[in-house]
Design a protein around this ligand. Sequence first.
Ligand code: AMP
Ligand code: TRP
Length: 331
Amino acid sequence: MKKEVVLSGIRPTGFLHLGNYFGAMRNYVRMQDEFNCYFFVANWHSLTTHPDTKELQNSVHRVIAENIACGLDPAKVALYVQSDVPEIAELYLYLNMLAYKGELEKTTTFKEKVRLQPDNVNAGLLTYPVLMASDILIHRAVKVPVGKDQEQHLEMARNFAERFNYRYGNVFPAPQAFNFGNELIKIMSLDGNGKMSKSENQMNTLYLADDDDLIRKKIMKAKTDSGPAEKNSVKPDYIENIFTLLSLVSDPSTVKKFEDDFNNCIIRYGDLKKQLAEDMVKFIKPIREKAADIQNNKDLLKKIIHQGAEKARASASATLTEVRNAIGMNY
Ligand code: AMP
Ligand code: TRP
């Protein structure tokens, strides 16, 4: 049986963090044996918000290195850089004719970015979901492992695919957001305000490149309160987030101990954070060290990126031929 096609991308706009790991990369690694996987660095997308490219090459290399350090095997998957696959840009052009200004302006991420960068509301920002749909549809992917923040973009990708199929004939399957266990994960920032992110709240975000002491320092500063007043209380979301992190990196008996302490109102948040800090150090350290080794080996990186581009272009050009045939652009 033919393996299902999986695709996902990460923007090279800064250091990767725990949200990226648990929302996206952990799933990539789990999927690489079972599916036909395409994973890429979305460097065109990063230009919509980060026009200055001084750091871009470094960031692209770091994202590739960190993905491999997290367990992705470039021999099993296509690991590539978006701008190495020009077929995506051509599909983006066709899909732009099927995307409407009104729906693009209503997109949550667009509105958020207009608020954040009112002086640079460029057309690329408006059509960001169209480029993302092109990334997905160019390989006719059906499963897209992403965090919860990307759900709306996936819905738009399905709409564009459907419109194309309706107008020109059936070329694209409908892509779905994917996470193991069916729940899309969202890792909150350590102060409980919003999600962990590459560029905002740096002291409240745990990066895969953070050194041991910085990890400890950030976790010990995480927001807590004076503890629950009643047994079996509902946890405030910033406490829930600490428990989420604990459940992701600590062993189940440790999680149970602190859950019980919370439910019995005897929890000491200082101890909880100390435990979390040590388990987090153990989790991040090997990833950080492996990523640094790969990043320093430029020849290896070049080879991996080149090999990824070849695999991605083979699949992309096959889809583009079908797209051109469907539209009738085959003279
Ligand atoms: P980005 O950093 O926005 O390019 O996101 C890359 C991938 O990481 C996407 O699949 C996101 O859904 C996921 N992601 C980013 N931040 C978080 C977060 N705080 N929690 C869960 N997933 C996230
Ligand atoms: N928009 C995604 C993010 O911000 C990155 C991305 C670009 C992507 N193209 C994609 C994710 C295609 C999945 C599939 O995280």
